[in-house]
Design a protein around this ligand. Structure first.
Ligand code: GLY
Length: 385
């Protein structure tokens, strides 16, 4: 287990998201969950924490102690089983049953406490029970802290298809407590880095189209200066890096909460990434599949004469620096037919079918609605196999 870093300041980001006509509050820092009491006037007295046994063993006491400071608070916990089959009907019904058995009302609050699967499942329950309860997200993984817990997307898997049932429902409060990263295995930390790297590759597009402002150095440049050996949860830059990702995502969501335009750019690397995640689920977690998906997106751009080979080398080096996969091993083969089936089932959810997020000639710029036909994609994929 890493020791938590020494971040003494809790940073507060409030960005107005049109969805609730209100601000989404995000607290970030080591020990940020202890500040929950400052917001308690918004959240009623009853709290249901949805978590998993492994996280509960490590961190539930810590969160509960913070909630107990709220006068007259009543805290219930539902521990869902560990493992990856979490976002299903059975666990959703377990949440509804628990809310009903404990007589939760619309003024009460659900807290999602865990990784992206927990925030997805809990968000869906919160958005549907009594047509919407208060929701607080307390993500415990790096990937959850910089992506999955922000923006209100939630989802359940259905008949083997990922996230086909879901809503967009914003949490009122997101607590990014860096303390919880202390128990994160290094493979999971690296998976979060894949999404962090993704942000660096869309930064200029986000800054051109939203209120996000770039710093004096590009985020990509900042990331290239990190050395893998020293970069862990103790690193003094980690908090700023997380904050930068949150600013990018929150400003993007504020501009396009319903995922119709600029929000698409957050999917860089995800069209191909989802296919690899589905085809090789035993070999890649989400972040690893996104890493491969980013490489494929850059190679697709090169194939379409939209960028240059130098860029491919640069981003390959950056992903490799964080021990992320950059190519498929020879034992992981696939046919175009299998690839296309998964790709189409992912893409057909969008009315803008087969639009891709395509890197352009400058790192940080993308075209987030690049239309491609299936036969163009087939021709490209065949050059890769
Ligand atoms: N993870 C992409 C999004 O929230 O839109």
């Amino acid at each position: 287990m890493h020791k938590p870093g020494h971040f003494d300041l809790i940073t507060n980001l409030n960005i107005a998201i049109p969805y609730h006509n209100d601000e989404i509050r995000v607290l970030i820092g080591n020990g940020a969950s202890s500040k929950i009491i400052n917001y308690s006037q918004n959240f009623g007295k009853k709290f249901l924490i949805i978590t998993q046994s492994k996280i509960a063993e490590l961190w539930l006491n810590h969160l509960q102690t913070s909630l107990e400071k709220i006068p007259h608070s009543i805290i219930k916990t539902l521990n869902l089983p560990d493992g990856i089959i979490l976002k299903d009907q059975k666990n959703l019904l377990a949440i509804y049953n628990c809310l009903q058995a404990n007589e939760f009302s619309k003024d009460d609050t659900i807290i999602a406490f865990g990784g992206g699967d927990i925030t997805d499942l809990t968000g869906f329950a919160a958005s549907t029970y009594l047509r919407g309860l208060n929701l607080i997200n307390v993500p415990t993984t790096l990937l959850g802290q910089i992506d999955a817990s922000i923006g209100g997307k939630n989802g359940l898997n259905w008949q083997g298809h990922k996230n086909v049932i879901g809503t967009i429902y914003q949490p009122q409060l997101i607590i990014i407590d860096l303390k919880y990263l202390a128990s994160l295995p290094s493979r999971e930390f690296n998976a979060g880095m894949a999404e962090i790297i993704k942000y660096s590759l869309i930064e200029e597009t986000i800054s051109r189209e939203t209120n996000y402002q770039m710093g004096p150095k590009s985020f990509y440049e900042v990331l290239t200066k990190l050395s893998y050996e020293n970069f862990n949860i103790n690193h003094p830059s980690l908090k700023d890096i997380i904050i930068n990702c949150l600013k990018m995502k929150l400003n993007t969501i504020a501009k396009d909460p319903y995922d119709q335009n600029i929000r698409h750019c957050l999917n860089l690397g995800h069209s191909f990434g989802h296919v690899f995640e589905a085809l090789f689920s035993k070999d890649f977690n989400h972040g690893e599949a996104v890493s491969l998906g980013i490489i494929y997106a850059f190679k697709l751009s090169y194939y379409l004469n939209q960028n240059n080979v130098e860029q491919i080398n640069q981003i390959t080096g950056l992903l490799q620096n964080f021990h992320l996969p950059i190519k498929l091993n020879a034992n992981l083969s696939f046919t175009w037919e299998k690839f296309a089936t998964v790709l189409k089932s992912d893409k057909k959810r969008s009315t803008h079918s087969l639009n891709f997020v395509l890197p352009l000639s400058k790192l940080g710029l993308v075209n987030y609605k690049y239309p491609l036909t299936l036969s163009q994609i087939e021709a490209f994929i065949k050059t890769m196999t």
